[in-house]
Design a protein around this ligand. Structure first.
Ligand code: ADP
Length: 212
């Protein structure tokens, strides 16, 4: 769709009036958004389909990789990220990276205007594993939406205000539940949010579902 629309505009170069050019921009915008949505949906569908490679994953290194991946946004927003000493977890590196990345990315994305984003990744040992938190001082979430935001495609903002597809937290929930952990949020609207998740120690997760 994108290439044919682009070919068409090139072919009609100079002949399109302002309104038609605007329509073409809408088509291109819509197809890019659709592509992102399909990519995110595939990521969501694959979480419990892909074979996992369990290894000892040092979460401090994972957080460094996440910070590196998000470095442009972190620099432009002057976000400050601190963390507790983070443990080494038996798990899948890709899943754990995706989990932390989604939460840290949201913590910056949903920042409050005029406030430097301050994000803290906490970790506390529990009897049977670990309890982690990702806290921010962003816009916060109304309690009525605490459950809903973990469902796929549920967003609280129009994409013109803050861009997104509403898949990130659903992916986080699927990953955490694969480890038989829990994920939830606490928040004070206007002050910030704390995303909590647990990863029971030594739990390997459900067997891979054979799709063939
Ligand atoms: P997306 O960011 O693409 O919309 P997510 O699934 O990551 O999708 O998040 C779902 C919704 O939860 C977001 O649209 C936003 O309204 C809310 N949300 C997520 N993280 C935060 C946060 N740290 N602070 C405030 N709201 C948040």
């Amino acid at each position: 769709m994108v290439s044919f629309t682009e070919l068409l505009t090139r072919r009609l170069d100079g002949q399109l009036d302002a309104r038609t050019t605007q329509y073409v921009d809408h088509i291109l915008d819509g197809t890019h958004r659709m592509k992102r949505m399909i990519d995110d949906l595939l990521t969501y569908a694959r979480v419990d389909r892909v074979e996992r490679e369990l290894e000892d994953v040092p979460l401090e290194s994972v957080l460094k990789v996440v910070q590196h991946t998000l470095s442009d946004t972190l620099t432009s927003t002057q976000a400050v990220i601190t963390h507790d000493p983070l443990p080494v977890i038996r798990g899948d590196l890709t899943e754990l990276t995706s989990l932390l990345q989604n939460l840290v990315e949201n913590a910056v994305k949903y920042r409050a205007s005029g406030r430097t984003p301050i994000i803290h990744v906490g970790s506390m040992p529990e009897d049977d594993g670990w309890h982690f938190t990702v806290s921010d001082n962003g816009i916060g979430i109304e309690p009525a939406y605490f459950e809903r935001i973990f469902k796929i495609f549920q967003r609280l903002h129009h994409r013109d205000a803050i861009d997104g597809t509403g898949v990130g937290l659903a992916v986080c929930r699927k990953i955490v539940e694969r480890y038989e952990g829990r994920i939830w949020v606490e928040s004070i609207p206007g002050s910030g949010s704390v995303f909590h998740f647990t990863l029971p120690e030594g739990v390997v997760g459900p067997q891979l579902i054979d799709v063939h």
